[in-house]
Structures are given as C-alpha cells and as structure tokens.
Design a protein around this ligand. Sequence first.
Ligand code: ADP
Ligand code: MG
Length: 240
Amino acid sequence: MNIHEYQAKEILDRYGVPTPKSEVANTADEAAAIAGKFGGRAVVKTQVHAGGRGKVGGVKLVNSADEAKDVASNLIGSRLVTKQTGAAGVPVEKVMVAETLDIKDELYLSIVVDGDIGAPMIMASTEGGVEIEEVAEATPEKIIRVAGDPLVGLSPYKARDVALALEVPPSALRQTTKLITDLYKVFVDNDCSLVEINPLIVTNDDQVVALDAKINLEDDALFRHPDLAKLDDVNQQDPL
Ligand code: ADP
Ligand code: MG
C-alpha cells in the first residue's frame, strides 16, 4: 500500500527524522495561510501517489501567500501526469506547503526488502535528487548497498558506513548515522516494503534533512497496523 508524502512525513516525525516544517492544505486559502506562516516563501507540493512531481510542475516554489494561493488553486482539482503515472495521471486533492530550505547537496537514501538475501537493504548514493534509476543504469558504482539483519537489526557500524558513503560533512556524521538508524526503525516497526528519501539534503548550515519521503507498506502485514491501514487513499488508485 502506498501512502502520501505528508503521511510518510508524520511517521518520520514520530521517529525523530528531521523534515522541513509543513502542513497540508485542502483548499487554496488554506495553502495561502500556511505559506503566510512561513513568511510567504514556501514550496507547494502536490500530494499524489507518484514521484517525479518536480519535473512536471507538481512541486512549486512560491514567494508570497498570494502566490501560494494561485499555485494551489491551479493544482488542487487538476490531474498530475508524471513519469510514474499513466497518461491519465492521478487526481490532486491536497497540497503540502513546506518551508524552503537552502540546499547545499542532494543525496539519496532508501531501504527496500531484498528478497534474495531475506533482509532489509539500505541503498545510498551521493547522487540524489535526480532519477536514481538513471544513476543505477549509467553509474551503478555510485549506489552503495548495505544489508541489515532481520534478527540483529542494523549494527551501528553499518549505519556509520552508510553515513560515510554519503560523504556528509564531518560535523554532520553523527546526526546522519542516527538518521539512518531511525529510518531503519521506521522500516522494520511499520512493516514497510519501501522507505525512500530522495533527496536527503545537506543544508547550507550542514544539517541533514529528509526533503521528500516515500513509504510503501507491505499489504500482507497491514493487519498488524490498523492505524496505517486507515491511510489508504483509494482515489489515487485505478479502479480497474
Ligand atoms: P519529486 O521527487 O516528486 O519530484 P521532491 O519532493 O523530491 O519531489 O521535490 C523535487 C525538488 O524540489 C527537490 O529535489 C528539491 O530540489 C526541491 N524541493 C522540494 N522540497 C523543497 C524544500 N522544502 N525546500 C527547497 N527545495 C525543495
Ligand atoms: Mg523526490
């Protein structure tokens, strides 16, 4: 089961993974009010079950509450077609309005179930922000893989190895190691099939923050998570 970015962000918040401040808006007026709280400068992000929003106008930087209102009114009620949707796209019913952060570097961090080895697999790359599929194809050596262990969990040295591979500034190493450890907890506790942070950013003041969040939940385990099962949004799914 797929969930929205704002829902994934709520889970990350509970585990102490840093994310930009944000709120969800169902109307253009709500979007304007939230942008106002952030001083007008904000990003308006369509909430749909698909990535690749930035490239097709689904993530927009605004400089005032009025601009947030205009952007949100155009987006809410429209359909967004991205590389990850069919030609018909997906309906935009909500937007998330987030504070903007100054990005020094965009990294990639995800955890998936590796069926071959039977363990959660962390994948990380210094080449974040862009399409990771292209990195995997053109420069596969730029994606590192570190497996956890279903019995032992994620050993601290492995979390540190991933943080080192991400080449974060030395002052951010400890924070990044903790973030990776917390993300692994998110993955295991909630029976996720995917947790993907693209981009994980380093800010100008060397903070490491999850700027985007995608979580897929394992359908067969949802009976253990009634609260998560409620997050299902059938409007994002093709009825067929
Ligand atoms: P998608 O993956 O669907 O395109 P993202 O959330 O990754 O959406 O956003 C696309 C790009 O927009 C990011 O790579 C980043 O450069 C920029 N962006 C997103 N959120 C913010 C933010 N809060 N502050 C500054 N830039 C942002
Ligand atoms: Mg993204």
